[in-house]
Design a protein around this ligand. Structure first.
Ligand SMILES: [Zn+2]
Length: 284
């Protein structure tokens, strides 16, 4: 089987430094070990999409010299695959229809299982939830170490098909990672909290679980995650060698200063080590 890594940005704005880190880390982890590297545009949440940003992200990757080994996959074209996964989970009673609206959920955010034995009288089906269990899900993150999470205690039965009919992020990611043969996921630690849900979905759908590595998330000096301030620091205006050098340093890779783009890639491909990725949060 081909080993495969991927970068999966959401088209909600220009490529900023935070997502460049994820692109560079996944690209180097794949290419330095002879794996394929694929790009997937996560445009499943159409209402959040910023027109033109998918094209602008792809153009930026090109400018840095990062090219997907296969044609780019768009989640907006994958709804049949998502629907068939949801249907099979419903048919096997691993998922169920929920009629609760957001305002009926407890403040904890943990779904109390109101509809898990069938829709209560007077409720009509809105979203589809996946059943979870109490036994913890654990995985060895290649950058952050051993992680354990009991989904019953953190989220409860979670939504895989939203009330607006759109596929939930967790389900789309899992179906597409399997479809693209992804064996190794390198991404920001802001998604660490999604990983147990995705592993549970893989188990329910009979899919393989890839290896995971989560790198620290870039924060501005105000402590806010940079991608929450979209547009505040797009890398569009910066020379790629400047941004790549910064990205490598952030990822704990001690590249020499002042190299050109090609030299930097040559150095990085030869010297890349996942184990150097820091656990601590970095302040710009
Ligand atoms: Zn419900």
């Amino acid at each position: 089987m081909n080993r495969t890594g991927r970068f999966a940005p959401s088209p909600t704005g220009d490529l900023h430094f935070g997502s460049l880190i994820a692109a560079v880390a996944s690209f180097l982890q794949a290419r330095s070990s002879g794996s394929r590297w694929l790009v997937r545009i996560e445009d499943v949440d159409r209402p959040r999409e910023v027109p033109g940003s998918a094209a602008s992200i792809l153009a930026e990757l090109q400018r840095f010299g990062m090219q997907s080994d296969l044609p780019v996959l768009y989640q907006s074209q994958r709804s049949e695959a998502y629907e068939s996964a949801v249907t099979s989970l419903l048919n096997r009673n691993q998922a169920y229809w929920c009629g609760c609206s957001r305002s009926e959920l407890p403040a904890s955010g943990i779904y109390p299982g109101t509809c898990s034995d069938g829709l209560p009288a007077g409720k009509s089906p809105r979203s589809v939830r996946l059943r979870v269990h109490r036994e913890p899900i654990d995985f060895a993150d290649q950058a952050q170490g051993f992680i354990q999470e009991s989904l019953a205690e953190t989220v409860g039965d979670f939504i895989i098909r939203r009330a607006d009919g759109l596929t939930a992020y967790q389900l789309a990611v899992v179906v597409d990672d399997a479809f693209q043969g992804v064996t190794e996921i390198v991404r920001g630690a802001d998604l660490l909290g999604s990983t147990a849900r995705q592993i549970h979905l893989q188990h329910c759908l009979g899919l393989l679980t890839p290896a995971y590595a989560h790198h620290p998330v870039v924060r501005g000096s105000d402590g806010k995650k940079l991608s929450k301030r979209i547009g505040s620091d797009p890398i569009t205006g910066h020379p790629p060698e400047w941004a790549l050098e910064k990205a490598l340093r952030f990822l704990g890779q001690p590249c020499p200063a002042g190299m050109g783009l090609q030299q930097l890639w040559d150095w990085a491909l030869k010297n890349w080590q996942l184990s150097r990725i820091p656990r601590a949060t970095f302040t710009l």
